[in-house]
Design a protein around this ligand. Sequence first.
Ligand SMILES: [Fe+2]
Ligand SMILES: [Fe+2]
Length: 168
Amino acid sequence: MKKKLEEICNRQVEREAYSSNLYLSMASWAETQGMSGVADWMYAQADEERVHFLKFVKFINERGGHAIIPALEKPPVEFKGVTEMFNEVLHHEQFITSSINEIVTMASADKDYALLNWLQWFVSEQVEEESSVRAIIDKLKLLGSHNMYMFDRDIMSMRTAGEATPQE
Ligand SMILES: [Fe+2]
Ligand SMILES: [Fe+2]
């Protein structure tokens, strides 16, 4: 794999690892607010991001590069509320989508078809992730902040309904 492709894949290693920590921080905050359903959703999301992080690590090394395990920026600790937090999740996932798209563009320009093919899983995964977070935000709008109990109770069922488990 070309050096600049290895570098941009290592940038994604860092971003997926940060995503995992960000959602872990959101899980911890939700737990302190007594919202165990939201916390479970965020813990599960953090696990998924760790899988993405490891996928990039292993792929880089498999291609003869060297995956670098980065130091991570500290994620936010406090959140204004559940709606604000999920808006942040959507915003972050949109950032990750554009980050993946940048790698696709570069792989395509460099005719690295193996990388391009491998990235397709992430392209589809980002569609899934954005749509599942949008569904949650819609539900929040529907319920309003006075119905947080119901939202917290139901959120995990939305996850199992709308999401494919990541496979190799
Ligand atoms: Fe991810
Ligand atoms: Fe994600």
